[in-house]
Write a protein that binds this ligand. Structure first.
Ligand SMILES: Cc1cc2nc3c(=O)[nH]c(=O)nc-3n(C[C@H](O)[C@H](O)[C@H](O)COP(=O)(O)OP(=O)(O)OC[C@H]3O[C@@H](n4cnc5c(N)ncnc54)[C@H](O)[C@@H]3O)c2cc1C
Length: 381
């Protein structure tokens, strides 16, 4: 591994994180998958060690370090299992809205407890009737002088069951033209009257990650929980989706690397027709093709992460990476399962879980079709 944006400090940090995960995550991961939940104690242990939102300023409970440390965390969590995506979503997707658009009072009120793992966050954009077409959300927030009264429903929300703070996209002006100008972001808190959770959803993969429906029925949200300005929610989301999609690309890249490694180990140990299956030309060609795709993906991703850390606008390239790297990982999952033969279809082999988990990467954080629409639009089409 030779990421140009990672220095010795990052690798020392990686070592201590790996040691922590060897003790606190790997031995329990299967149980968490069966329980369909990651215990809150894991969040607080991550927080105690400084493994949640390390890029936050020290005065808000972070370590004030560069985003390279967050890359390391996302990589190592993915190595344990894709079901840990909710932690990356908390640190690198939700919290950045508070740091970028929140008031000083909001930062002091929430950030230290987000860094310690006491508060778990979620982001609620998707609704039963709309996902890709975000400007068309129906959840409303009417201002009554002191509170916003929120009505509507959200679905597929990562950390939905455990979350204490949920960044909710709603329409403060349902008649705005164009529609996206009527969207605002409100922070709904556990216990706000009128807020309840719906079903915990039963998914194909990411079993330990809780994903849920959220319901708002005349839900009273204090006016001080508005993030940024009214009507700018859509703009804020477009701004922050760059990092969200980059995180998904990083996870897909690591998943591909892990799957290839599992498969190389497997084909060396399995025999057929009197020789190791790694000796068949088909096996070698498949492995060579996957290794080449992974190397290409890694080079593009590393360059992109570097540019993102430098603060460059890399929306088009991020859309390319999210699309290409997730499709690559899905293809690799399929090839790796095939090379495992029947054992690949058995739950006791990690490739089976990886195969299930990777499927969603081309759907969430904006589908890969939406990624292509962004690329085409930015090419002037
Ligand atoms: C496990 C999981 C976790 C998730 N976590 C969250 C979360 O934490 N917060 C959140 O808000 N959402 C979350 N989502 C929702 C996710 O972001 C949406 O599912 C996704 O954006 C797609 O929306 P949709 O499901 O409504 O599909 P639709 O928008 O209905 O799309 C259906 C199909 O039509 C295609 N399509 C739609 N529009 C176009 C177009 N213009 N051109 C070409 N094709 C198009 C899509 O690509 C897709 O193939 C999660 C989803 C899953 C499965």
């Amino acid at each position: 591994m030779n990421h140009p944006y990672l220095m010795e400090d990052h690798e020392i940090f990686r070592k201590s994180l790996r040691k922590f995960l060897d003790k606190e995550a790997y031995p329990f991961y299967e149980q968490w998958e069966e329980n369909r939940l990651i215990p809150r104690s894991f969040w607080t242990k991550m927080g105690e060690q400084g493994f949640l939102c390390p890029d936050l300023e020290e005065k808000y409970g972070g370590s004030g370090v560069d985003w390279g440390f967050s890359v390391v965390i996302n990589e190592e969590l993915e190595r344990v299992g894709s079901g840990l995506v909710g932690l990356g979503l908390h640190s690198d997707i939700v919290i950045p809205y508070i740091t970028a658009f929140g008031t000083e009072e909001q930062k002091q009120r929430w950030l230290p407890r987000c860094a310690s793992g006491e508060l778990i966050t979620a982001i609620a954009m998707t609704e039963p009737g709309t996902g890709s077409d975000l400007a068309n959300i129906k959840t409303t927030a009417k201002f009554d002088g002191n509170h916003y009264i929120v009505n509507g429903q959200k679905t597929f929300i990562t950390n939905g069951i455990q979350s204490d703070l949920i960044l909710v996209a709603c329409k403060t002006d349902p008649n705005a033209k164009p529609k996206h100008k009527g969207i605002s972001l409100l922070m709904v808190e556990r216990g706000n009257p009128g807020f309840s959770r719906g079903r915990k959803l039963n998914k194909v993969g990411l079993h330990c990650q809780d994903t849920a429906e959220l319901i708002f029925e005349d839900c009273k949200v204090p006016k001080d929980n508005l993030i940024g300005e009214e009507g700018k929610g859509f703009l804020y989301m477009m701004n922050k989706l760059q990092q969200e999609r980059l995180v998904v690309a990083i996870q897909a890249q690591i998943a591909a690397e892990v799957m290839l490694k599992l498969t190389i180990d497997y084909v060396k140990s399995r025999e057929a027709f009197g020789k190791s299956i790694s000796q068949f030309q088909n096996t070698q060609f498949k492995i060579a093709e996957m290794a080449a795709d992974i190397e290409m993906g890694r080079a593009f991703l590393d360059q992109l992460i570097g540019e993102h850390i430098e603060g460059k606008n890399v929306v088009t390239k991020v859309s390319m990476a999210k699309w290409k790297l997730t499709e690559n990982a899905k293809k690799i999952a399929s090839e790796c399962m095939q090379l495992h033969g029947g054992y690949g279809y058995m739950e006791e082999y990690e490739i089976a879980r990886r195969f299930r988990d990777i499927q969603v990467s081309s759907i969430y954080a904006g589908t890969n079709e939406i990624m292509k629409t962004i690329i085409a639009k930015n090419l002037g089409l």
